[in-house]
Design a protein around this ligand. Structure first.
Ligand code: TYD
Ligand code: MG
Length: 453
């Protein structure tokens, strides 16, 4: 029988029976590669050969007991994990190359080791001397972390079996190589096999495993999304390269809330924690400039104030550009369409640029109204009132919907010196705490009130 070929997408891991230019699962182009087919397993072991042992649900440990956690003392890191690292768990930390994953994890490893956890840091990318040099630069050379440079999965598992660490960091999963799989390191099947074996090891031996995964732009190397479903916790380390701020974001967490963020600043001596980030993403303009709007947002459990900046300029005939940094481009298109259809304000024939200050990525729908406000302010070249924050979701009908945690948003805005807020009618506010509140039912009344249209 001819050997069945298998193809998989290096961006999302979906398997396909034939090659094509675009992955129909995730829509990425040029990411489908041929993979070595998985082996069919040992012969002669069909159904009934061996039964997996079962235990009654009631015999398990008390369900109220939260998982025991170990704390690094690096609060921004512990919080994103849901309050510390859970033993026997597998965590994936993804991010663009050069964003600071190795730096973050070396710092975390040192903190865990100093807190009494037996910690091993395995690097497949840098020589031990390089990792040591970095540790010295970070002032962590004395931390009792064990280092290894190794890419063979078999050797790593043997080492881990002998050492029995509490925490093991693998930097990175794309450099690991298993001799049971017949393809190059970094390919979908290698990355999957390495992740599978290391997660199995974590469950079996009670070691917490943290895997580093590079986000890849081209299709040659498998990205971290390929293994997201195999691990307990998925964190992404994000930030704009030109900015010093970095955000660690939980996108999946079996042991805590997803969407929690930790904020760091990249300094000459490694990553410094930013314990109170709420004013970080505001520009220091005393008077608001046309095209800017301040959004009172919530990231995870914390309120964060963010400045949206928009620029609207006439476009050369037939070539209107839409460019977005830090916000969803589909959502921008929707808001432009609602402004045109419900409020009669067209953006056709105009270039539209939208940017979130400071390199944050905002995903809350509550930011809709702030985006609309920035766009209108840019288009009309009229600045919004001084000291005003804006939030509320916009529906396709042009109606404004109230957002969760209104009180928290207002409190933080007031703390940072804002005096008024524009929000959706029906938002749950008890007092407003002395803020001047303008509650509106739809986008048309917002346009009328702000720009007198
Ligand atoms: P790194 O942790 O190697 O990134 P990754 O593992 O995600 O590829 O970080 C590399 C960048 O961080 C590099 O551009 C230099 C910068 N950096 C600092 O600015 N300060 C520091 O103390 C360190 C260690 C790195
Ligand atoms: Mg690295």
């Amino acid at each position: 029988m001819a050997k069945a070929l298998a193809f998989s997408c290096t961006a999302c891991g979906a398997t396909h029976s034939k090659w094509s230019g675009q992955c129909d699962a995730c829509g990425a182009w040029n990411t489908i590669v041929e993979e070595a087919p998985l082996s069919s397993g040992p012969r002669g072991k069909g159904l009934g050969a061996r039964k997996g042992a079962t235990i009654p649900l009631a015999d398990l440990a008390s369900p109220e007991a939260p998982p025991p956690r170990t704390i690094s003392g690096m609060d921004e890191f512990d919080r994103v994990l849901g309050g510390g690292l859970v033993p026997a768990s597998a965590t994936l930390v993804g991010g663009d190359p050069g964003i600071g994953k190795s730096t973050l994890l070396l710092q975390a490893a040192a903190r865990f080791a100093l807190a009494g956890q037996k910690t091993i840091y395995i690097s497949g990318e840098e020589a031990s001397a390089q990792v040591r040099m970095r540790a010295q630069r970070l002032g962590l050379a004395e931390a009792p972390v064990k280092l290894a440079t190794e890419t063979s999965l078999r050797d790593i598992l043997t080492t881990l079996d002998a050492e029995r660490p509490d925490l093991c960091i693998i930097d990175s999963i794309q450099t690991m190589w298993s001799d049971t799989v017949d393809s190059a390191p970094g390919s979908v099947s290698q990355v999957r096999a390495a992740c599978h074996e290391l997660t199995q090891f974590a469950k079996r031996r009670g070691t917490a495993v943290i895997l580093v995964g590079h986000v890849t732009k081209e299709g040659a190397i498998a990205g971290p999304r390929v293994v997201e479903h195999m691990v307990d916790t998925v964190l992404y380390f994000e930030g704009e390269r030109g900015h010093q701020f970095r955000i660690l974001r939980a996108v999946k967490n079996r042991f805590g809330p997803a969407d929690e963020i930790g904020v760091f600043e990249m300094t000459g001596a490694g990553l410094a924690q930013v314990p109170n980030p709420s004013a970080l993403f505001l520009s220091d303009n005393e008077t608001p400039a046309p095209g800017t709007a301040v959004f009172a947002g919530i990231e995870g459990t914390r309120p964060v104030l963010v400045e949206f900046q928009a620029l609207v300029a006439p476009a050369p005939a037939g070539q209107a550009r839409r460019s977005v940094v830090g916000w969803d481009s589909g959502r921008l298109a929707m808001i432009l369409a609602v402004l045109e259809a419900r409020c009669g304000i067209p953006f056709a024939g105009m270039d539209v640029y939208l940017n979130v200050a400071g390199g944050l990525r905002v995903s809350e729908p509550a930011a809709d109204l702030a985006v609309a406000a920035a766009l209108l302010s840019a288009r009309e070249d009229v600045a919004l009132p001084k000291g005003m924050v804006v939030f509320g979701e916009i529906s396709l009908t042009g109606a404004l919907r109230p957002s969760a945690q209104t009180e928290n948003r207002l409190k933080e805005a007031q703390k940072l010196g804002f005096s008024s807020a524009t929000l959706a009618e029906g938002s749950k506010v008890s007092s407003g705490g002395g803020m001047d509140l303008r509650q509106m039912s739809d986008l048309t009344s917002f346009v009328g009130e702000m720009f007198g249209a």
